[in-house]
Design a protein. Sequence first.
Length: 174
Amino acid sequence: MTIEQLNYDAYKGKSYHAKIRSNQYLSIEPQDDAFSMEWVPCEEELVMPLDDEMLSDWLENPVAYGAFEGEELIGFVEGFLEEWNNRFRITNICVFDEKIRQSGVGTGLLETIMRDAVASGARMAVLETQSFNYKAVSFYKKHGFEIIGFDRYAYANNGPQEHNMLIYMGKKLR
């Protein structure tokens, strides 16, 4: 496997597909004047399709890296420096094939873009994931990120019932 910087023009708008599987979700419920958070086991495995495009128009001067097996793109990561608050936002990280997740591809991609985050002078790296994505939350925690916020209704008005709430994670860089 090699990791290379992606050519913006060649990959901008390129579609990709993956699946997220999880056997637990993060329950975030109002409790008095605060919230309770706990991991809840699923009765049935959650399987969520992920269909998206690489390098969206809203990204400000993005950097992107691809993991390649020979000529085949097997995963990527993208991000940019948010100048207004001096945080480096990782907007996407994905290893397409479930069979090769936990083989070091994601770690290689994250470590590569984190070098850009540090070199940018950003005070913090931030990203978002979903409350049903236990494996992603665990992966980011393993790499020094912590939960810094959430939005119960970011994706839909029934986000809590569908276990699909936005989780913000961050890591201080200095």
